[in-house]
Design a protein around this ligand. Sequence first.
Ligand code: HEM
Length: 150
Amino acid sequence: MTISPALATPRPSGFFAKAYSAFGVLLLLELFAQFYFIAAAVIPIAAPLTVAFPPDYASYNTFSALHGLNGTLLIPATILILILLSFTARHPWKTTLFTALILLLLILQFALALIGFQHSELAPIVGLHGLNALLIVGIALRLTWQRWAF
Ligand code: HEM
């Protein structure tokens, strides 16, 4: 029977390792909120029954602003703290590298949104914003699971 490397290696402990875990959970919550905000923003205005039920753009403005603020302020700040914590917790360099990769993918996420704002003809490329979101969540989940310190 083979044991997963995440289980075979001793669990990191100490203040910084615990802080890395806590911020990992915070990042996951922020990422899940992104899915929630954008669904709450877009579904009411994308519904095909707009004649019977005129869309409420006020709720679009609120929820897309929350998506924008979370994605451009809270999430990058949390990732930067995670990168610092991964150094101070003395996690393996691979963990630091993958944490930094999330930041790179977030920059790509922002770039894809900006392209979408200006070039509607590039919609098939802009749609990668949805797939890249899944990649970001996948890496964040794996890192939080692998470096769990509680
Ligand atoms: C990891 C999760 C996600 C992150 C970090 C993220 C991040 C971002 C960022 C930084 C922006 C630009 C905001 C601005 O300049 O105001 C944006 C815009 C947008 N994103 Fe996402 N996003 C995520 C998931 C998704 C998903 C799953 C969808 C839908 C499938 C989506 C749809 C949109 C739309 C429609 C916009 C333009 C509207 C707006 O400004 O809020 N996003 N996103």
